[in-house]
Write a protein that binds this ligand. Structure first.
Ligand code: PGA
Length: 241
């Protein structure tokens, strides 16, 4: 894996955002895997600015988001669907029918998982998958566990994740379950870009870049992917040798 270190989260947003825009300009029917959280916001801001300047169009792009909370209405302001609408999709010309999410309220999770896998395959697979990383090394909502997962599944969130994300929930308690693309679905992306910024990610990054490959640190599997680039600010890189 390539590890690149930058001065700030904003600069990473420009670099990664440009990479997405360049890819879409070369391949207008691109299939993009997208992530939520604080980390990708500078990237989405850059993309929205480039769109506003007329430098890129997403009219033929298809997107697949990594994960969604369970037992939360899709339109709730804390859903990942709402996050993506607010931070990116409402600001660009992507067609609503080309936006894909796992349904956190699906009654049959296995059927929902199959539906998502088939839809990704029918779209030709994910060209570029954007990832953040949890303080516990999770990617998507693949929490530390005894085995690496494959396709999408329903997961009970760990205390660390609930603590990190519950600050965003001020009206209702944060859901304790989510549906997430599995490790296999993420690893099938042709190219993976992982961004980590801030000191709280430094240990997870050290474990990922310098530690062993283990499902106890889900991001460590990325060492087995042929095309992964990790973008770090100095704080997230601070424990690396
Ligand atoms: P964050 O979340 O960007 O809000 O830190 C990343 C993640 O948990 O994957």
């Amino acid at each position: 894996m390539n590890v690149l270190i930058y001065d700030s989260a904003e600069v990473i947003g420009q670099v990664v955002g440009k990479l997405f825009c360049d890819h879409v300009n070369n391949a207008p029917k691109a299939c993009l895997g997208l992530a939520t959280g604080v980390t990708p916001i500078p990237t989405y801001n850059y993309i929205a600015e480039e769109y506003a300047k007329g430098k890129v169009s997403f009219s033929n792009v298809t997107t697949f988001n990594l994960d969604e909370y369970c037992d939360l209405p899709r339109e709730h302001r804390n859903s990942f669907y709402s996050f993506m609408m607010d931070n990116l999709f409402s600001k660009i010309d992507i067609k609503p029918e080309n936006i894909n999410f796992l349904d956190g309220n699906a009654a049959d999770v296995e059927a929902e998982s199959r539906r998502y896998a088939q839809k990704i395959e029918a779209a030709g697979g994910i060209d570029i998958q954007l990832l953040g990383i949890g303080r516990n090394g999770h990617i998507g909502f693949n929490e530390p566990s005894d085995k690496f997962t494959d396709e999408a599944f329903k997961v009970k969130l760990t205390d660390s994740t609930i603590e990190a994300n519950s600050v965003f929930f001020d009206d209702i308690p944060m859901p304790h379950f989510a549906i997430t693309m599995g490790i296999g679905s993420i690893m099938r992306a042709k190219k993976i870009l992982l961004i980590a910024t801030g000191e709280s990610k430094a240990q997870a990054i050290k474990n990922t870049v310098e530690g062993e490959v283990t499902p106890q640190n889900p991001a460590s599997i990325l060492n087995q992917h042929p095309d992964v680039t990790i973008y770090l600010d100095r704080a997230a890189a601070s424990l690396l040798k």
